[in-house]
Ligand binder design. Sequence first.
Ligand code: KIV
Length: 301
Amino acid sequence: MSTTAPVLTTAAIGAAAPQRKKITTAVFRRKKERGEPITMLTAYDYPTALAEDQAGVDSILVGDSLGMVVLGYQNTLPVTMDDMLHHSKAVARGAQFALLIGDMPFMSYQVSAEEALRNAGRFLQEGGMDAVKLEGGRERAEAIRAIVGAGIPVMGHLGLTPQSVNQLGGFRPQGKTAAAAKRLIEDALLLEEAGCFSLVLESVPAKLAELISKKISIPTIGIGAGAGCDGQVLVTHDLLGLFDRFTPKFVKKYANFHAEMQHAFGEYIEDVETKRFPASEHSVEMDEKEWETLQKEIDRR
Ligand code: KIV
C-alpha cells in the first residue's frame, strides 16, 4: 500500500464518523449486491467487542469456538446455552454498530424445531444478539424455517462444521470430491430457500466456495474458503496469536499476543520480586498532618 496518499479504510471511517449506522442483514445483502467484502470477527467479551466495533467490523460472531479458545476444551461440544448467553451479553454491552450473531451450541437446535426456536429466541431476548448461526445442511431446514418464521435472522454454516467433528473424523477440509461438493452446493441452495440471510463456508476448496457464492443470492462468509466468498471471518484469538495450541493453515496472524502477554506477566513478576513495583506513583498518599495525628494517637497508648 502507498504511504503517500491517505487511504480511508473502513476502520478509519468507523473510528471517525459519528453518523455510523447499525449494520443490519439488509446491509449484508446490499454489500453482496455491490461486491463490497463483508468483515466478520469473533468476540467473547466486552473489551474485544468494543475494540472490534470501534475498528469498524461489519459483524461480530459470538462463536462457540469460545469453548476452545477461551474455555480450554478440546472441541466445541461441551459449550452450553448458559455459556453462550453469558458471553453474548458481554459482547452486546461492548458493540454498538456491528451485526451481532450468536452461535447456537451443540444440542440447542438438533432435537426439535421447537427447541431450536426457543433457544434462538433466548439469544435475542437475553443475549442481546441480532441473529443466530447454526451448523448443518438439509437436516436443519425445518429448524431454520421455524426460527426465521419467528422473525429471527439465521446464518447457516456448511463445510467443516466443528460440532460434527466426530462424524467428520476430525477438523479437516470438506467438499473435496465431486460428490461431496455437489452435496454442499445442494445444501447451500436449500439453506437459502429455508430463509438464511447469510452462510458461513468453512474449510472448503476456494473454487467451490466461489461457485456457491455465485449460485446463491445470500452472502457467503468464508473461513478457510478462499477469496471468492462475499465476506471473511476469522476466530479473533487466532488472528491475535492468543491461542497457542493450534493455528489452522488458513489463519493470518496479525499479532502475537500470547508472547506479548507472557512477556508482560514476566516483567510484572520480576518487578514485584525485586520491589520495583509498586513505586510511589502507584501508591495512595496520606496527608502529612493526618499521619502525624495518627502517630501521636499510637504513641499515647
Ligand atoms: O464458532 C466459531 O467461531 C465459528 C466460526 C469459525 C465461523 O463458527
